[in-house]
Design a protein around this ligand. Structure first.
Ligand SMILES: Cc1cc2nc3c(=O)[nH]c(=O)nc-3n(C[C@H](O)[C@H](O)[C@H](O)COP(=O)(O)O)c2cc1C
Length: 186
């Protein structure tokens, strides 16, 4: 069974994007092994502490290396990805030994898909910029182009803090699940 690591781009306890990941976890049940990456203790990038990398950074690198695929669920912050998600990816883009650009990194070639729940744009700008970031030379993740699910949260979600997906949104997620499972087999 393939291992899919969920990365939630929100640190908020009741995060809609975490709720979205739970929906996908249910859809993947029995078809892939899923786990959530805890990166809340990864420090802000500081080149003074890069080598050896802090223990939290080593741990997230190992989790990424062990996974067959990554599924990022992220909110959009100011038409882009949240800073803490960028910080995580910055750490993943760096070598394990100073100056070593030969040894592959855990993120290189890692099959990745993304979804997001947010406001009117349904996180389109975030997903576009995240795809660009993950495709940069030192990162080179293998991002599945389509489908990527964007959920525009309805009024009920904003007032009650609970996301209830429409049948259409559930169908989009199911389609992405099928596509990503097939992508992991390629
Ligand atoms: C700093 C900040 C910037 C935001 N910018 C956007 C934005 O550009 N587009 C958008 O749809 N929502 C934006 N939002 C609202 C988020 O969509 C909303 O807070 C959402 O609940 C965050 O996702 P979460 O529930 O998974 O934490 C922003 C929120 C914050 C805190």
């Amino acid at each position: 069974m393939k291992k899919i690591l969920f990365i939630i781009g929100s640190l908020r306890r009741e995060s809609f994007n975490r709720q979205l990941a739970h929906e996908v976890e249910l859809l993947l049940s029995g078809r892939a092994a899923t786990a959530y990456l805890d990166y809340s203790d990864v420090p802000l990038m500081n080149q003074d502490m890069e080598f050896p990398a802090p223990e939290a950074v080593q741990r997230v690198r190992e989790k990424v290396a062990e996974a067959d695929g990554l599924w990022i669920f992220s909110p959009e912050y100011n038409y882009s990805y949240p800073g803490h998600l960028k910080n995580l990816i910055d750490w993943l883009s760096r070598p394990l030994i100073a100056g070593d650009r030969q040894t592959p990194l855990a993120i290189n070639g890692k099959k990745t898909t993304m979804s997001g729940a947010g406001g009117a744009s349904a996180t389109a700008k975030c997903r576009e910029k995240l795809t660009e970031l993950l495709s940069l030379p030192f990162i080179r993740a293998d991002v599945m182009t389509e489908p990527k699910t964007g959920i525009q949260l309805n009024m009920e979600a904003w007032t009650e803090g609970r996301m209830i997906l429409s049948e259409e949104q559930k169908a989009m997620l199911r389609q992405q699940v099928e596509a990503f499972l097939a992508y992991l087999e390629e």
